[in-house]
Design a binder for this molecule. Structure first.
Ligand code: FAD
Length: 642
C-alpha cells in the first residue's frame, strides 16, 4: 500500500512540477540517480546516468517482474532505449506489458527529478511527439493476413508460395502471439521416432478401450474398424515400437473432444499434419535431435498419446523464427507490419475487399484483391467474452490465463460484424497447471504425465495425471482451495542448473524465484509444501506401485519410472484458462461462413480464431497441428481466390 501511495505521490509531484516550471533546454547535474516505482510484482528500481546535457543510460537494477514473458523482456529492453534515444520520458508503452512499461518510466521519472533537469522540457518533447500528425496511407496487395502467430505466419508463407503478395498485420510489438509461448508439443504421427518409442500393455489397453467403445457415428465406426485392423497388422508383423496412425490420431481427437468436433476438420488435421511438418522442415523449422527418445516424441498433458514432436528451439520460438525468417527472405513479396492493429474489415458488394488498421502514426486502408485471412487467435484473455460464452465452468471472470494479453478475440468480433457465424463458443479449455500468482505455465516441472505425480493440499492424489484436460481440471476444482502440487524426482532434472522444462526454466531458476521446492526426502519436501508427510509418502508409494502394476485406482496407464531418485521437487499449481475451442465458422478451404450458411467471399480464417475442430476438449499438442495445417490451407485458398 505504501508503495502504491508513493507511486501516486511521484506522479502527482511530476505533474505539479510540470505545471509550474518554465520550459527550457535539457540540463542536468551530472551523476547517477536512483528512482523507484511499483511494478507488476513489487518495487522496481531504475538507475539513470546523465551528463550535463544528456541522459546517457537507463538501467533497471532491481525488480520482481516476470522477465521470462517475452513482452515483459521487450519492455525491459525497449523502454530504457527509448528514453535515451528520444531524450524524453514520453515513450510509447510496450503493448502487452503496459504495467511494466509504466513502472520503468515512472522509476526513471523519479530518478530524473533528482538530477535538476527542467521537467517541463521533457514534457515539451512529449507534447511535440503527441502532436505529430497521423498519416493516412492506402495500400493495395493480394492477401492481407491479420495476426503474426503460428497460423498467420504459415498462411503468409503459403500465400506467397501460391503466387500472392502479402501484408501481415500484427498489433503487438513482436510476432508470436500464443504460439511463441507454447510447451513444445506439436502432434503428428511420426513413424521414424515412434518406432523407437516403447509400447507397453497400457498403450494396448488404451487402444482397446476406444476401439471397443459403443460408436456414436458412422465416422467413429469407420475409425474403430480401421484402427483395429492397423493394430492387428502392427502386432502380426512384429513392428518395432509404438503403434500410431492417422486414424488413431483422428479417433482420439474425436472422442477426446466428446464427438463435438466436426469429422471433416479432424480428418484434414490428422491427414495433413504429417505433410505440413515436412513442409515446415523444408522452410527452416528445426526439430529436437536429443538422443533421449522421450524428449523428442512425448505425451503432453492431456495429449493422451506419445505423438508430440518437440522443436529444437525453446518454447514456440522455432515456429515463429521459421515464419519471420521466411518473411525476411521474401521481403519483396511479404511485409510484416508490427504494432499495427486491424480494426475493421472493409466490405464492398457483399465481398470482403480489405482491412482498416492503425499503426504508429499511421492509419491504413489496405485493399486485398484476393482475400483477407483472420489469424488473430482466441479470446482466452478477454474477461467479458469469456463470461459471455462460458457455459460449462464456474465464473471465469477473475480466473488467470496462460494466454498472451493480445488474445482478446479481435478477429471474432470483426468477423461477426460482417455477418460471420460463430460455433462452439461455449467450449473454453482450462489447464490444471497454472502458476498461482500469474496463471502462466512457467513453473510447470514436467509437461509429460508419464513422469509426474499430482497431489492436493493434503498430499493426496485425486485424478489420473494422464487424463483429459477437462477431467483433470474438474477434479482439481473439487480439491481444497482448488490447488495441487506437481511432484517429480531428479530423473526429470538430471542437471538442475541446465535441464530446462518445456516452458524454458531450469529447476534452480524456479527454486530461486520461489516457484518450486526441493528436498532430499519425500518427507522433507512435504514439510516445505505444508502437506502432511505421511500422506505424501503414501501417495508416492501408491504411484510407485502403479509403475509396477501398469494401472491404478484412477485408471492411470501412463507410467515410466518410479519417483525415488532424490532430490525431489514440487511446485504449486492452480486452474488457468488456456484455449478457446470456439470461433468463426469456416469450411474445409477455410472460407468464413455467414449466419445463413453461405461463404463470405474474400474472407478466410485459420488457427484459434476458427471453431469446429477440437470440440468440447482440445487434446494437448493438437493446436500446433491445427494452426499450421489450416494456416497453410488458408494461404493457398486466399492466394487462389482471384
Ligand atoms: P496466436 O499465436 O495467438 O497469434 C494470433 C496473433 O494475432 C497474435 O500475435 C495477436 O497479437 C495478433 N492479433 C490479434 N488481434 C489482432 C488485430 N486486431 N490486429 C493485428 N494483430 C492481431 N498448443 C499446442 O498444440 N502445443 C503446445 O505445446 C501448446 N502450449 C501452449 C502454451 C501456452 C502458454 C499457451 C497460451 C498455449 C499453448 N498451446 C499449445 C495452444 C496454442 O499455443 C494456440 O492455440 C496457438 O498458438 C494459437 O495460434 P494462432 O496463430 O491461432 O494464434
Amino acid at each position: 500500500m505504501k508503495r502504491i501511495f508513493f507511486c501516486f505521490l511521484v506522479a502527482a509531484l511530476v505533474s505539479g512540477i510540470i505545471a509550474c516550471a518554465t520550459p527550457g533546454r535539457l540540463s542536468f547535474i551530472p551523476g547517477t540517480y536512483r528512482g523507484t516505482a511499483l511494478g507488476y510484482g513489487a518495487g522496481l528500481t531504475v538507475e539513470v546516468s546523465v551528463d550535463s546535457g544528456r541522459i546517457l543510460e537507463v538501467r533497471v537494477v532491481e525488480h520482481t517482474e516476470t522477465i521470462d514473458l517475452p513482452l515483459v523482456a521487450l519492455a525491459f529492453e525497449r523502454i530504457p532505449q527509448a528514453i535515451v534515444s528520444g531524450q524524453t520520458l514520453a515513450v510509447d508503452r510496450v503493448a502487452g506489458a503496459t504495467f511494466t512499461s509504466f513502472a520503468i518510466t515512472q522509476a526513471a521519472t523519479d530518478a530524473l527529478m533528482q538530477s535538476g533537469v527542467n521537467m517541463t522540457a521533457l514534457q515539451q518533447q512529449r507534447r511535440a511527439r503527441g502532436a505529430a500528425r497521423r498519416a493516412n496511407v492506402n495500400i493495395t496487395t493480394d492477401v492481407v493476413v491479420i495476426g503474426a502467430g503460428g497460423a498467420g505466419l504459415s498462411a503468409a508463407m503459403s500465400a506467397r508460395q501460391n503466387g500472392a503478395r502479402v501484408i501481415v498485420l500484427e498489433k503487438m510489438p513482436m510476432a508470436g502471439g500464443n504460439t511463441v509461448l507454447v510447451g513444445e508439443s506439436f502432434n503428428s504421427v511420426n513413424p521414424e521416432l515412434q518406432s523407437q518409442h516403447p509400447m507397453n500393455p497400457a498403450h494396448h489397453a488404451a487402444i482397446q478401450a476406444l476401439i471397443n467403445a459403443p460408436p456414436y457415428s458412422a465416422f467413429e465406426t469407420e475409425l474403430q474398424e480401421t484402427v483395429r485392423g492397423q493394430l492387428a497388422d502392427h502386432v502380426a508383423q512384429n513392428r518395432p515400437g509404438l503403434f500410431d496412425s492417422v486414424e488413431w490420431h483422428m479417433l482420439q481427437t474425436y472422442v477426446g473432444g466428446d464427438r463435438v468436433g466436426k469429422p471433416e476438420f479432424i480428418r484434414i488435421m490428422a491427414e495433413e499434419v504429417v505433410n505440413t511438418r515436412h513442409w515446415m522442415t523444408e522452410n527452416g523449422m528445426q526439430w529436437s535431435t536429443d538422443p533421449n527418445i522421450h524428449i523428442r516424441i512425448f505425451t503432453v498433458a492431456g495429449g493422451l498419446w506419445p505423438r508430440a514432436n518437440r522443436p529444437a528451439m525453446p518454447l514456440g520460438t522455432g515456429f515463429i523464427d521459421m515464419g519471420v525468417r521466411y518473411i525476411q527472405r521474401h521481403s519483396d513479396q511479404i511485409t510484416l507490419k508490427l504494432d499495427t492493429r486491424a480494426t475493421e474489415l472493409i466490405v464492398q458488394g457483399g465481398r470482403v475487399t480489405g482491412v482498416r488498421a492503425t499503426g504508429p502514426n499511421t492509419n491504413y486502408t489496405i485493399t486485398a484483391t484476393r482475400g483477407v485471412i483472420l489469424a488473430t487467435g482466441g479470446f482466452g484473455a478477454n474477461r467479458e467474452m469469456r463470461e459471455r460464452y462460458n457455459k460449462h465452468w464456474p465464473s471465469l471472470l477473475h480466473a488467470h490465463t496462460t494466454n498472451h494479453p493480445g488474445a482478446v478475440g479481435d478477429g471474432i468480433v470483426m468477423a461477426e460484424r460482417v455477418g460471420a457465424n460463430l460455433i462452439d463458443m461455449e467450449w473454453i479449455q482450462l489447464l490444471h497447471a497454472g502458476d498461482p500468482r500469474t496463471g502462466t505455465l512457467t513453473g510447470v516441472l514436467s509437461a509429460d504425465p508419464a513422469e509426474h505425480l499430482m497431489v492436493n493440499n493434503n498430499g493426496y492424489r485425486f485424478v489420473d495425471e494422464n487424463a483429459r484436460r477437462d477431467d483433470m481440471v474438474s477434479a482439481l476444482l473439487q480439491q481444497p482451495d482448488s490447488m495441487m502440487w506437481m511432484v517429480v524426482d531428479s530423473r526429470v532434472f538430471p542437471d538442475p542448473h541446465n535441464t530446462r522444462t518445456v516452458f524454458g526454466a531450469t529447476v534452480m531458476e524456479l527454486i530461486e524465484a520461489d516457484r518450486a521446492y526441493s528436498a532430499a526426502t519425500i518427507e522433507e519436501l512435504a514439510v516445505m509444501m505444508g502437506v502432511p508427510p505421511e500422506n505424501l509418502r503414501r501417495s508416492v508409494d501408491e504411484f510407485n506401485a502403479g509403475v509396477a502394476a501398469g494401472v491404478d485406482r484412477f485408471g492411470r496407464r501412463a507410467w515410466r519410472d518410479r519417483i525415488d531418485q532424490p532430490p525431489f521437487y514440487a511446485s504449486l499449481r492452480v486452474p488457468t484458462i488456456h484455449h478457446t475451442m470456439g470461433g468463426v465458422q469456416i469450411d474445409t478451404q477455410t472460407r468464413v461462413i455467414n449466419t445463413q450458411g453461405q461463404v463470405i467471399p474474400g474472407l478466410f480464417a485459420a488457427g484459434e480464431v476458427a471453431g469446429g475442430l477440437h470440440g468440447a476438449n482440445r487434446l494437448g499438442g493438437n493446436a500446433l497441428a491445427d494452426i499450421h495445417v489450416f494456416g497453410r490451407i488458408a494461404g493457398a485458398s486466399a492466394a487462389g481466390n482471384r
